[in-house]
Design a protein around this ligand. Structure first.
Ligand code: ASP
Ligand code: MG
Length: 462
């Protein structure tokens, strides 16, 4: 079997977890698996670099030194825990130190110039994955595994220049990834690749957007046509609901790519939403598993996934509803397209849209933080008196997800009965045109109660 295995930030949290992850690679190697690994930065490091960039921009040099000191300490400690052989550990640490110094120099130049361009930001962020991945590589060598350390671009990921959320140039990328990684795999070497980072055709460093290591994994998995992409985490897979909100949440055994896209859209942080695309195009199964329980099956994500009608629930807090009524409007059918295009121009995510059949009244749900901007745009987008605008804050949006709802009558009724039984007032309802989700909005204080009652109603804890 050929695998791409991605180890997320939580698997890179400290030296102990790095070692645990390396041991998993060893077990799969011993069973004859051919493996490419992709690793995230150690947890929180990406945020810390972003924070340091801000400090540098403000010229706060003292705080940069403090950041560098902590970064060095964190990685040095991880080296100590993850690599036993002292010579290997010292060599690894020496290279880490050189890179940390490079980052320090970069930050002091920024502090001098008081400016961070998107290009420089991506370059600075690349250090997170470069540092974590080298320790992981050292840990693999320490376990006697033949492995080669590669930055994203050395593995062949080539992107456009859209810094901050660069997109792979697929044709070149597929060709380069195959050319560079296949010979290593054939020699029994594990390519150990930094997630999240890549480069333009000219070699300028780019990043694939927050959480982008998932994307690195599926790009490489698709290019190589591997048998399975495993996303290793510290939780046992995709959950039926957030276990912090619903204590008896369970792992969902099977999901389809489209169901996972839907979940990600409604805020569940399962996987980088773009990451599904390369895998689904090449029809490569993705498995989400926990490094703390590697023998559990986790969640298997494929094109078609049988299972219960409803597979998972998710909730987006901090939302708001805007109602636009067109009593006086000459052209009611224009209200929805106009409101949507105003939101699109502002880059505001419309979580739900519902429209009365008269088309003269629509509601949208959006993140609360965008409410003021949205209201302002809608007010100035219509002629005075043309529409009536209202809004409601303190809302949360719940989405019920499962492809089994498609063409199955009565699911919506079941949802609303369950919620009504708890005396919860539903403020707004929408169904995705794909019939993969039904979403509704309730008052923030009713959210968890609604979530739990649906979890029970659809027997998601069974
Ligand atoms: N380190 C990057 C981030 O925190 C990428 C990733 O973790 O996937 O967003
Ligand atoms: Mg991550």
């Amino acid at each position: 079997m050929r695998y791409v295995m991605k180890f997320g930030g939580s698997c890179m949290k400290n030296g102990e977890n790095i070692r645990r992850s390396a041991e998993i690679v060893k077990q799969y190697r011993e069973k004859g698996g051919e493996i490419v690994t992709i690793t995230s930065a150690m947890s929180r490091v990406t945020d810390e670099i972003l924070d340091a960039l801000k400090k540098a921009e403000d010229g706060r040099e003292g705080e940069i030194e403090e950041f560098i000191g902590k970064l060095a300490e964190k990685h040095e400690e991880a080296c100590r825990e993850a690599i036993n052989d002292s010579q290997l550990r010292e060599e690894t640490w020496k290279e880490e130190e050189a890179e940390i110094n490079e980052l320090r120099k970069l930050l002091s130049v920024i502090a001098y110039l008081r400016e961070v361009t998107p290009r420089v930001r991506d370059y600075a962020l690349s250090f997170g994955e470069r540092l974590s991945t080298r320790i992981f590589w050292g840990s693999l060598l320490d376990l006697g595994i033949r492995a080669e350390y590669l930055r994203g671009w050395e593995a062949g990921i080539v992107t456009n220049e859209n810094f901050g959320s660069a997109r792979p140039l697929m044709t070149v990328t597929y060709r380069e990834v195959k050319k560079r990684l296949t010979p290593l795999l054939e020699k029994g070497i594990v390519p150990v690749v930094t997630g999240f980072i890549a480069a333009t055709p000219e070699g300028v460093v780019t990043t694939l957007g927050r959480g982008g290591s998932d994307y690195s994994a599926t790009i490489i998995g698709a290019a190589l046509g591997v048998d399975e992409i495993i996303l290793w985490k510290d939780v046992e897979g995709v959950m039926t609901a957030d276990p912090k909100l619903v204590p008896d949440a369970r792992t969902v055994p099977r999901m389809s790519y489209e169901e996972v896209v839907e979940l990600a859209y409604f805020g569940a942080q399962v996987i980088h939403p773009l990451a599904l695309e390369p895998a689904s195009r090449e029809n490569i199964p993705i498995r989400v598993k926990s490094v703390f329980n590697p023998s559990a099956e986790g969640t298997l994500i494929t094109k078609i996934a049988e299972g219960p009608t409803v597979k998972a629930l998710t909730m987006i807090k901090n939302s708001a509803i805007i109602l636009v009524g067109g009593a006086e409007a000459a052209e009611p059918s224009m209200i929805a397209p106009k409101v949507l295009s105003l939101m699109h121009e502002l880059g505001i995510r419309v979580l739900m849209l519902s429209q009365a059949s008269s088309q003269a009244n629509i509601s949208i749900a959006i993140p609360k933080d965008d409410l003021d901007r949205a209201l302002k745009a809608i007010r100035s987008g219509f002629a005075p008196g043309e529409v009536q605008i209202d809004h409601e804050e303190g809302i949360c949006v719940i989405a019920v997800i499962g492809s089994g709802m498609r063409g199955k009558p009565g699911v919506a009724a079941k949802i609303f009965n369950a919620v009504a039984e708890k005396g919860i007032n539903v403020r707004m309802i929408a169904q995705g045109s794909s019939e993969l989700n039904i979403s509704f909005a309730v008052r923030e204080e009713d959210g968890v109660k609604a979530l739990r009652s649906l979890h029970e109603e659809f027997r998601l804890n069974a």
